[in-house]
Structures are given as structure tokens and as C-alpha cells.
Design a protein around this ligand. Sequence first.
Ligand SMILES: [Zn+2]
Length: 351
Amino acid sequence: MSNTNERSNKDSFDFYFFFVPAVQTLAAVWNRPGVCGLDNSGNSCYLNVVLQCLCSTVPLVEHLLNQDTRRDLCRFAEVFVRLLEEMWLGRSSSCAPLEARSALSSILPQFNNYSQQDAQELLLFLLNMLHDDLKKPRPEQNRNCGSDFTIVSHLFEGQLSYMTLCMHCDHQAHSKQTFTVLSLPIPTGITKCSVQDCLSLFFEQTVLTGGEQMLCSVCGLRRETAVLTSLDKPPEILLLHLKRFGCKGKHQVKLRTNVGFSMKLDLTPFLSSSAQNASFSSYHLYAVVNHTGHLNTGHYTALCHSAPAQVWHCFDDSIVREVQDSVVQSPNAYMLLYSCKPFQKPKIHGL
Ligand SMILES: [Zn+2]
């Protein structure tokens, strides 16, 4: 752009006169920190939507772009932070996440191709990778100081509690399991339901029979077992995945059920008795991943709420547009991202 001024013939002058001001206007309109399209590098919409969701997760961005965190970063975390910096502090309306893609495929070879992949699987992989990179002990520290606790586990990890009941002797056993994503079944045989219906189905009491029977420590035999699942520790950031990709006999199918959801979600009905006093159980929606089209040939787009601008944007690879709140609800929703509190503009140096 800068050498345009040096051209002297009249055509170039006209070009400069009409073209440059238009670009400047566009750039001025699109000066929105954290709102940056991502170029598609060949079937990479699944990667772009996941990066957009993470980019709009304000507490994660705030932590990673903090100067103290940025020292000693390695592998994927280092590349990811550079991308976040470009998306939050750059002045372009889009950028190319090529470095992130190559870092990802060098660590996880299954993503080293141009075929469509599952956004939910990728999000889990990326969070695990970030967690692993961030928990590495710094060289000057004693190796024993390496902690399993990182910003990723702090924000995204929740805990489920399982109570199993032997249907023969009533013996109860309890266990716990951490989770990052809740993969929710969609009720079948209906065309419309709500995310609360999916949650109710997930937390519904089940009875394990036949080959699934569990060994009862009191009876010493495999018995029919009732399993009750509840939420023991609600995570700060709640990731919900709608299991749209299922099997019908030998065939893989996509469930097109219209799953309704709203900007707020209350998890109180699913809390365990010990979690009734949990510091939070109501959530605010801040991002949605949509999937349109068929199983392996579909397309992903993301809707993310911009904390600084307080509006929603639709990200279709490099194309970004502001959308009304009413557009956020869509029958194509595949993942829903909620936060226990509404995000504020992140405190980032240089913003
Ligand atoms: Zn028993």
C-alpha cells in the first residue's frame, strides 16, 4: 500500500484516490478487538470455529495474553497465543491461522490432511494440548512443582458424580469423574426439543441390565444396577455438545432435531446434593458452533458474543458479520458454550 503514493501516472492516481479511502473506511469500521475472521486453508472450517470460540472465551484470552504467562510458553500454546494476539490486538478484519494449523498437525497427525473433521473432538484435543503445554514446569523450578492445575482445568473442568445402586441388595456405591465437555444425547422420534430436554436425558436414571450389569461388592455377583448421574462441580465455562452424529444400524446419520436454547441456562435441577450450595449454577451463552449440510461434507460456522462490543458476530471463515441476538438460536446448533458470568472487556496490555 505504501508505494501507491510514489506512482505518478494518472490511472494510478485515480486508483489511489478512489481505492484507498474505501479501504480506510472499512478498516475503521472493523476495528473490533477479538473480532477477526480466519481464512479457510482447505476444509479447515472445523478448526476456524474452534479457534473463534476460544478467542471469545475472555478469561482464557486474558490469562494467555498476560505478560507473565507469555514467558516460557512452548509448542502449541506459543503459536496459539500469537494467533490470539493477532485477533485481539491486530487491525485486520481477518487473518490466516496457518501456523496454528501446522502446529496442530505436527502434534496430532490425524489432523494433517484436508478432510472435514469433528469440531467437538478438535476442541477437546486443543484444550488438552494447551493444558499439557501450560502445566510444564518452568526450567528454574523444581520439577516437583509442575502442577496439574492450569487455566484450562480451572475454567473448563467440572465434575460428575455417579451413584450406583444394586437392584438386588440396595447396596450403594459412589464415584466421581471430571469432564470438559458434556456430550448430550438428543431425544429421538421428535423434530423439536430443548437443551433442557437433552440435559434431562443425560442425567436421567438408567438401569444397567444384561451384559452391562455391574459387579456388586456385597452380593459378589453381577447384578442389575441403577445409575444416577448428577453434577458435583459445575465448571466456570460449560461446553455442551449435541450428539447429532449417530448410528442407525450400520449407517452413520446426522440428527437434524431442532434443539432450542436460550441465552441463559440453569443447571440447578442437575446438581448433586453436595453441590446444592455451588457458587454458580446459572450460565450465560457466549458462543455457538453451527453445522450445516451432511455428515462428512458439511460446513461449520460460529456465532460468538463480543465482550467489548456487546454484540454477536457470525464467523464464516474469513467472512464476519454482526448479527442480531434473534439469529443466535438456530436449528443447526452443534455446540453451545456458556459462562457462569457475563464477560467483561478483557484486561489486556495494549487493548
Ligand atoms: Zn448387591
